[in-house]
Every structure is written in structure tokens, then in C-alpha cells.
Design a protein around this ligand. Structure first.
Ligand SMILES: [Cu+2]
Length: 177
């Protein structure tokens, strides 16, 4: 019994080796193509995570918005770096008016133990410093959405700086948490 088994295995193996000579090359190529595709996808993801916009010494990094429904609100968070030796000011923001009814600058505030928010005139960006618009702090409020914002959508927002001028950025929509 054992002997037959061994012979069988050996002949199957020999057959497999001859038959697979060409296929192996093909599989190798397929694997390489797949690897390239995966690398490109990862690259794209990394780029989306590392979105950088620059103008006149002002750098805006990783802007993102949050998926939301038409008629509701959403928000844009981002990081602003001022590499100039002069302070700058974010005077206003204007999101794509085909998607957003009104764009306002806001800050979250604590009132009677509750988190609320209020509109601010502007957001100061001190010389050589980084200001983060983030949950719990400053943010760009997108009010009266005219359309749904779905995960992966981008919303164009023009940031109007006192010194650096207008900087257009793209905020990618993340899932609402
Ligand atoms: Cu707000």
C-alpha cells in the first residue's frame, strides 16, 4: 500500500512540474501586476491622507469633511501652518456653493456643561505657528447642504487669508462617527 502511494505521489508531482512550467511564469506576472495595483492604491490612499495645499507661506494640510445629508450641516477640519514671520488671519471660507448653502467660521464652546458652538469673525494664525481646526476647537461650518456629501466625495473650499490671499483646498469626506 505504502509503496503504491509513494509512486503515485511521485508521478503526480512529475506531471505537475511539467505542466506548470509555463503557468508558473504567468502566475508570477499576474502576481506582479497585482502587487503594482496594490502599491498604486496604497499610494493614492497615502496621498489622500497627506493632502497639502500651499500659498505665500501658508500651508494647509489634510483637510477633511464629514459625510452628511442634504438639508443638514457638515464641517471642515484642517491644519494651517504659517511659515512667515508675520501673523496672518483666516478671514473667511467659502465652500462650493453648488453643495453648501452657507460657510461660516466657528468655534466649539462649553456652556453650562454642554458643548455648543458660535460663529467667530476670523481665525488668527500667529507667525511661525500651526493652528489646528479640529473637533472641540475652531472649524469651518458648512450650513444648509444642497446635496448629500458621501464618503469619499471632495468639497472645494476657498480659504481667504488676510495676507496670503485665497487658497483653494479640497476636503475629502470621511464617515460620520
Ligand atoms: Cu459649528
Amino acid at each position: 500500500m505504502r509503496k503504491i502511494n509513494i509512486i503515485l505521489t511521485a508521478s503526480v508531482l512529475a506531471f505537475a512540474l511539467t505542466a506548470c512550467g509555463g503557468q508558473k511564469e504567468e502566475q508570477k506576472e499576474k502576481a506582479q501586476v497585482q502587487e503594482t495595483a496594490t502599491a498604486q492604491q496604497e499610494n493614492k490612499q497615502a496621498q489622500m491622507e497627506e493632502m497639502v495645499f500651499e500659498k505665500n507661506g501658508i500651508t494647509v494640510k489634510n483637510p477633511y469633511t464629514v459625510a452628511s445629508k442634504a438639508g443638514q450641516m457638515s464641517v471642515v477640519y484642517l491644519v494651517i501652518m504659517n511659515s512667515n514671520d508675520q501673523p496672518d488671519t483666516l478671514l473667511s471660507a467659502l465652500a462650493d456653493t453648488s453643495i453648501v448653502g452657507e460657510t461660516q467660521l466657528h468655534i466649539y464652546v462649553q456652556k453650562d456643561g454642554k458643548t455648543g458652538m458660535k460663529r467667530v469673525e476670523n481665525i488668527p494664525i500667529p507667525a511661525g505657528e500651526t493652528v489646528e481646526l479640529k473637533p472641540g476647537g475652531y472649524h469651518i461650518m458648512l450650513m444648509g447642504l444642497k446635496k448629500d456629501i458621501n464618503v469619499g466625495d471632495t468639497v472645494n473650499v476657498v480659504l481667504h487669508f488676510k495676507n496670503a490671499g485665497d487658497l483653494e483646498i479640497q476636503a475629502v469626506a470621511r464617515e460620520k462617527k
